[in-house]
Write a protein of this length. Structure first.
Length: 162
């Protein structure tokens, strides 16, 4: 039987912030005329959970007369999740380029909440879906993202050299 060694779990890379690149939507071109390259900060599972938890609300469940529902002798609660805001917040936290928390960019879109910026910067459904998919791939929630022309599947993530 092999000896157990915890050194395999003591990886320095998990202590540092990792930035990866991914192709941006084909509809958004840089100054060179080529599609932009997204820079994505790889958020930890704990950071993603914390963001998701911010968009969960619990309130007492009441009937039309305002009386609380009682279930098994206890007050029942209604849980609501705002998944679209949570997704927008995750995108804003993960995207390094474009920086969705940039003051000038937010002013351009007349937006005061960066959880809404992804929908403003990527207003087309195909653009938003592409960015969402590559960010999820970078965070480890999806392995690959489809190319915009859907003709092939491409690996999304390349390491950025520091």
């Amino acid at each position: 039987m092999a000896q157990k060694n915890l050194r395999a779990f003591m990886r320095e890379e998990v202590k540092t912030e990792q930035i990866v690149t991914a192709p941006g939507p084909a509809t958004i071109l840089g100054e060179d005329g080529n599609p932009i390259v997204l820079e994505i900060k790889v958020l930890s599972n704990a950071a993603v959970k914390e963001i998701n938890d911010r968009y969960i609300t619990r309130e007492m469940a009441v009937d039309k007369n305002g009386r609380p529902y009682i279930q098994d002798g206890e007050v029942a609660f209604k849980t609501t999740r705002n998944s679209s805001k949570a997704t927008g917040h995750i995108l804003a936290e993960a995207l390094v380029f474009p920086d969705l928390k940039d003051k000038e960019l937010m002013e351009f879109f007349n937006c005061h909440e960066y959880a809404e910026m992804a929908a403003k910067v990527f207003p087309r459904a195909d653009e938003f879906a592409h960015v969402n998919q590559v960010v999820l791939a970078a965070l480890g929630f999806a392995r690959e993202a489809a190319n915009d022309d859907n003709s092939e599947t491409v690996s999304v993530i390349e390491q950025v050299k520091n």
